[in-house]
Design a protein around this ligand. Structure first.
Ligand code: HEM
Length: 198
């Protein structure tokens, strides 16, 4: 048992195994099995992948804003590289790929639900998910085209002058705050669609 939890990879596989066991027990109990032949089930499968990806992305966004950034002033200068050179680059890796996976699975899901065009053009009945998708898309753009390029300068992954480094850190921080603000209405709109929309 201990060997499973000493490895992150094995822990994730264990999570999938627990899921399969739950589905088998549910199938035995109810007599109804996962309907893999049905389109609706695959849409649901992508919804699950989408929410997993979104948790990875927004979880790390909130970690940066609620935990890491406010802690930095309390960390002595000689210990700061532990965050900037070790923790932040790893967190940013999962952060930006979480964002990518969220938008890709979200767009696939909207296409599978048959409303991607209506949602993106904000047609009647699709205001909630359409607004959520546009807010999410803006946030995804901010991650890949503002936060990540500026973080590369701020963390010293790309070498720039000290002035440029300070300006990049400020820009990345402000954009991260903007995404934190947008995450609140974005998530409201995202879950509103299933509940009647607005
Ligand atoms: C980046 C662009 C995004 C796109 C294109 C997108 C797209 C979608 C779509 C099409 C749905 C299905 C709505 C429905 O018919 O009920 C959905 C649901 C959802 N999305 Fe997103 N989404 C995005 C970002 C996010 C993010 C960042 C999160 C953060 C966790 C998220 C969390 C959710 C949740 C929780 C649901 C509801 C699932 C449910 O009620 O079963 N989405 N999204």
């Amino acid at each position: 048992m201990g060997a499973i939890f000493q490895s992150l990879g094995r822990t994730i596989v264990a999570g999938l195994v627990v899921l399969v066991v739950i589905l088998i027990i549910a199938g035995l109990g109810t007599g109804s099995w996962v309907p893999v032949g049905e389109h609706a089930w695959w849409a649901f499968f992508f919804r699950w992948l989408h929410v997993l990806s979104g948790v990875m992305w927004i979880g790390l966004l909130w970690y940066f804003n609620f935990v890491q950034t406010p802690s930095m002033p309390q960390i002595p200068d000689e210990q700061k590289p532990a965050v900037s050179k070790v923790i932040a680059p790893r967190a940013l890796f999962w952060f930006r790929w979480g964002a990518m996976s969220t938008i890709v699975t979200g767009l696939i899901l909207a296409a599978m639900m048959g409303y991607i065009g209506q949602a993106l053009s904000l047609q009647k009945g699709y205001h909630a998910i359409g607004t959520g998708m546009w807010l999410g898309a803006i946030m995804w753009f901010n991650v890949w085209f503002i936060i990540w390029p500026n973080q590369k300068k701020a963390l010293g992954i790309v070498q720039v002058s000290p002035e440029e480094k300070a300006a990049a850190a400020k820009k990345a921080g402000m954009t991260s705050r903007i995404n934190t603000m947008l995450s609140i209405p974005m998530l409201f709109c995202m879950v509103a669609q299933q509940n009647g929309g607005f």
